[in-house]
Design a protein around this ligand. Sequence first.
Ligand code: B12
Length: 211
Amino acid sequence: MAGIQEVYDLVVKGKSKLIGAAVQEALDAGCDAAEILNKGMIGAMDEVGEKFKNGEIFVPEMLIAAKAMKKGVEVLKPHLASGDQGALGKVIIGTVAGDLHDIGKNLVAMMMESTGFEVIDLGVDVPKEKFVETYQANPDTKIICCSALLTTTMPSLKDTVALLNSSDFRSNIKVMVGGAPITQAFADEIGADAYTEDAASAAQKAKELAS
Ligand code: B12
């Protein structure tokens, strides 16, 4: 659909000022919000990642595209969320130490919220101890979610899960992991309870785990 292509192009070009209107136009034209997100925005970020890998663009352009995507998600958010917040319990989420990528983590947080969880978002570059301290301050937490987007921060994810696994509250929580380089095999290897590929399935899985 034309509206989605427009959103895609604006994310790739990093047009933060224009993206909000384009998302609204696509919605008004009847495009599905999830499709705008998946095809228009996440698809665009894949192209941005490819261009970076091929040396066609550099970090500043990636950052500008990320900014545009965030602006677009703001407009999309009310159309993806469904209310009922907090009813399913608390989730702690963060991107692991050394890693600054937060778009995927934010989407997971948003979908969890819209599914009915109260989300405590620790942000990016989160030291492993911070996950533990946050649980200790919120002992009614049901799930801890850790995101990693770089092959170089997979060891950091492993260390974080190892610390959680050695904690005395381990049996009270479920640990979920995700991010582009993460696989089910890696999640199993490091002793996480669950891995999913995207934000919508993460929220579904969390609901199953919490009930
Ligand atoms: C935007 C971006 C950046 C931005 C991030 C801005 C921000 N606020 O997030 C900036 C410019 C900061 C950046 C920096 C770097 N980046 Co970068 N970046 C990207 C890019 C283009 C998009 C990432 C993204 O947002 N994707 C869209 C989201 C929606 O997808 P996602 O994060 O995968 O999340 C989904 C799932 O994975 C899952 N998920 C995510 N988290 C979780 C958690 C749980 C619990 C669960 C269940 C699921 C889940 O659900 C999400 C939604 O569906 C990717 C390429 C790509 N295609 O991913 C490269 C990419 C990740 N970056 C890369 C690199 C190399 C870097 C740098 C090292 C570059 C440099 N030389 O400095 C730095 C590292 C900085 C750091 N220390 O973190 C490489 C990584 C290669 C590798 N093998 O590790 C990639 C793959 C680009 C490439 N093809 O080379 N980057």
